[in-house]
Design a protein around this ligand. Sequence first.
Ligand SMILES: Nc1ncnc2c1ncn2[C@@H]1O[C@H](COP(=O)(O)OP(=O)(O)OP(=O)(O)O)[C@@H](O)[C@H]1O
Ligand SMILES: [Mg+2]
Length: 327
Amino acid sequence: MVKSLRPRTLEEFIGQETIKQSLKVFIDSAKARGEPLDHTLFYGPAGLGKTTLAKIISQELNVSLKHTTGPSIEKVADLASILINLSNGDILFIDEIHRLSKAIEEVLYAAMEDFKLPIVAGSGKSTHTIVINLNQFTLIGATTRFGLLSPPLRDRFGIIYHLEPYAPSELGQIVLRTASIFNIKVNERAAELIGLRARGIPRVAIQLLKRVRDFASAEGISVINAEIVLSTFDQLHIDDYGLNDLDRKYLKTIVERFNGGPVGIETLSTALGEDKGTIEDIVEPYLLKVDFILRTPKGRVLTKKALDYLFSKRIIPEDKRNFNTLF
Ligand SMILES: Nc1ncnc2c1ncn2[C@@H]1O[C@H](COP(=O)(O)OP(=O)(O)OP(=O)(O)O)[C@@H](O)[C@H]1O
Ligand SMILES: [Mg+2]
């Protein structure tokens, strides 16, 4: 069998140790009781493994997984037909669950709580509600925006996990694992370097590995080493902090246009000419993680650490150092 890129078991899944430990307990206990797993929510930045974990759960429980997304469930009837078709113990995976409409959410509450589906039938005076009994299922939700979930929906998840960015060494292991699946030869130091610049995100580590492989093959290098990794990063303008052109433009814009902040996300995304989602999901989680920005109620603020970085890389001239009394 071809080894799949997505890990298929909790054991194969690298990192997120605390999540794995408790998830294993909950899975084993659900199995022992012969009951479905409690509804489970994964939240955290893009590319950290939320979809992967949902699929692993279905494999570990040996049940089917129906994969859908918040925005694709437009009508109550769409949700109803999905729910009616679930068998006992099945998993309904709703990605981007924060994008469900209010009307759909309300139907989902009842389904999650009592495995009942209220359907309004008829019209005018003859309007009445029919309640359909559903099979017991597990809802797994995934979102990059925990804050956008309505509290009643949030409260109906018995298990809630926040996925944190990965340590560089874990990303290095993910690189080695991926390389072996793709039949790419990589030495340990090269994998470690990719791990260091992958912004804490497995998906980024895997993409970087592929780009390094492209440069290596263009140069006829058969085993990826530190040298080819570093020269690939140079070509991609990824610096030793793992920051790319967009990250630097983001930081520079806050200094030059907004005096270091605070600046709201809408204003910032217009100034950068970048989609707000890209900024919130891709750029900011890492800048927050490395303490380059702070999120305050008034908007984003640059930290002294970010400013020192901008000066040391000569992205901003030293004579600007006194631009803001904050620093
Ligand atoms: N812990 C891990 N070990 C190995 N590979 C991983 C791990 N986590 C994620 N990956 C790989 O990284 C990629 C992204 O993972 P996944 O699609 O599960 O992320 P996600 O959190 O669902 O992202 P999004 O929010 O964009 O949907 C996949 O190719 C997956 O196989
Ligand atoms: Mg996903």
